[in-house]
Design a protein around this ligand. Structure first.
Ligand code: ADP
Ligand code: MG
Length: 240
């Protein structure tokens, strides 16, 4: 579903992604970890073309992202993204935040979009917040709205960039629980996170990045119990 082949990305002179090769199958859950500045967000943002690659080939679904002809809107309709800082529209109700893209981008009739939005608000456990504004919600609730908003486009892929890093500790669990329910639904997910418990429990694969390179890629049990690369061992050691 997602395939990086010898992908490089530069910001000016800065070589941020170096010779990335990575294949992600439908229904797979891949957790990306690594030190700050190692290129995790850039890797994720290339998948929905928030960043363009400098060279190599990147295929997502049937879209060739390295091709100039590709249809970015079609690509993004199939990919939901959740950010560290929620990025909800502050002047819009929860329901309007969730129905905006389906009505404006996909042309779903307003009434139908509302019904779909309510389904996903049920899924993330806060249907009673439909008419609230983002500022009236806790961080954990806002992030759950952001997830519902991503799901409302019925994407085939969900990308998460440190979705719990801005949350107070007591709210991390509720967001991870929603993400785990998506795993059980069979969603294809790429998750940048520092939540190693989540990675151990639900990842099919852990990808460890350092300085723009994928240093190690392994099943979580193997990676956490027996990391092969020195840089991975050092990184895990610092987390303890
Ligand atoms: P991570 O998510 O692993 O912390 P990022 O992908 O955000 O890493 O960033 C990787 C490196 O690329 C960092 O050194 C960062 O400063 C740099 N970088 C990220 N975005 C840009 C940009 N738009 N322009 C220039 N440099 C950038
Ligand atoms: Mg980042």
């Amino acid at each position: 579903m997602i395939e990086f082949r010898n992908v490089n990305k530069h910001f000016g002179q800065f070589h941020v992604l170096k010779q990335i090769n990575l294949s992600i199958r439908q229904g797979e859950v891949v957790v990306v970890i690594g030190p700050s500045g190692s290129g995790k967000s850039t890797l994720l943002r290339c998948i929905n073309r928030l960043e363009t690659i400098t060279d190599g080939e990147l295929t997502v679904n049937d879209s060739q992202l390295h091709s100039k002809k590709m249809d970015v809107n079609k690509l993004r309709r199939n990919i939901g993204m959740v950010f560290q800082h929620f990025n909800l529209y502050p002047h819009m109700s929860v329901l309007d935040n969730i129905t905006l893209a389906p009505t404006k981008v996909s042309g779903v009739p307003k009434q139908e979009a509302k019904q779909i939005a309510m389904q996903y608000l049920e899924k993330v456990g806060i249907p009673e917040k439909a008419d609230a504004f983002p500022a009236q919600l806790s961080g954990g609730q806002q992030q759950r709205v952001a997830i519902a908003r991503g799901l409302a486009m019925k994407p085939q892929i969900m990308l998460f960039d440190e979705p719990t890093s801005a949350l107070d500790p007591e709210m991390i669990g509720e967001v991870l629980d929603v993400m785990k329910s998506l795993v059980h639904d069979g969603m294809t997910m790429v998750v940048v996170t520092h939540e190693m418990g989540f990675a151990r429990e639900v990842a099919d694969r852990v990808v460890f990045m350092d300085q723009g390179v994928i240093v190690e890629e392994a099943a979580p049990a193997e990676f956490f119990n027996n990391p092969k690369e020195e840089r991975a061992r050092l990184f895990l050691g610092r987390l303890l």
